[in-house]
Ligand binder design. Structure first.
Ligand code: KIV
Ligand code: NA
Length: 254
């Protein structure tokens, strides 16, 4: 698709019902993101989610995906300590969820883990820029790689990920000009989130895109629906109907 100049669309899903909607809507790639830690479990960061929990989410998504490529995040702690553990974690995801590939955060720091997983025949998607598993190192969720040194390191890491054999790369919250430069230097697709229009594809968290979340308002987010309000209104109507003895009516009972 990159070679043909066709942009790649990616959305997250963590469960069967959402994955059905996203898959049948025609998205190219479904990401079972560790953002499930925030969106599904209500944690402040992505750090607490476990490998078992990611496998549960991923297996639910895989059962719904008929045409999309399913990418599953390796959660924090499942690949950083040593390459053997990284491979074991990736194998568990592939065997127990049926996902098609894994994603992990970082460049040269996780070189050996990436290579091990790739050698086992498991496709790996990289993730550079704002890498939320390192939030306590960064301190904030603001744009990364605005400074020359960090931008240069990011470009080098992107080139390394391609060289090692990663099939694609997510760039999160970096200046659009830098992201465009990375995409033009790589032959593998670069999927952006908050990385501008000069990359090869876009990813959003589906709950944000549908407007189911409402406190999260980054500049890069485009909301296609306002489901937080619409679903809240539906709940109010239901409560009102139950209280008023309007629901169920004669046709809604046995
Ligand atoms: O976990 C996630 O949702 C992600 C995307 C934001 C790229 O990694
Ligand atoms: Na993630």
């Amino acid at each position: 698709m990159k070679a043909n100049g066709e942009k790649i669309s990616m959305l997250t899903a963590y469960d069967y019902t959402m994955a059905k909607i996203v898959d049948s809507g025609g998205v190219d790639v479904i990401l079972v993101g560790d953002s499930a830690s925030n969106v599904m479990a209500g944690h402040e960061t992505t750090l607490p989610i476990t490998l078992d929990q990611m496998i549960y989410h991923a297996s639910s998504v895989v059962r719904a995906a008929e045409r999309s490529l399913v990418v599953v995040d390796l959660p924090f702690g499942s690949y950083q300590s040593d390459p053997k553990e990284a491979l074991r974690s990736a194998i568990r995801i592939m065997k127990e969820s049926g996902g098609h590939s894994v994603k992990l955060e970082g460049g040269r720091e996780v070189k050996e883990s990436i290579k091990r997983i790739l050698h086992a025949g498991i496709p790996v998607m990289g993730h550079l820029g704002l890498t939320p598993q390192s939030i306590y190192k960064f301190g904030t969720y603001t744009v990364r790689a605005k400074e020359e040194a960090e931008a240069e390191k990011l470009i080098e890491d992107a080139l390394l990920l391609e060289k090692w054999g990663c099939f694609a790369l997510v760039l999160e919250k970096v200046p659009a000009a830098l992201a465009e430069k990375v995409a033009s230097q790589l032959s593998i697709p670069v999927i952006g989130i908050g990385a501008g229009a000069g990359v090869d594809g876009q990813v959003l968290v589906s709950h944000d895109m549908f407007g189911m979340t409402h406190e999260f308002n980054p500049r890069f987010l485009r909301r296609y629906l306002n489901l937080y309000e619409e679903m809240g209104d539906a709940v109010s109507s239901y409560v009102k109907d139950v209280k008023a003895k309007d629901f169920p009516n004669e046709n809604e009972q046995y």
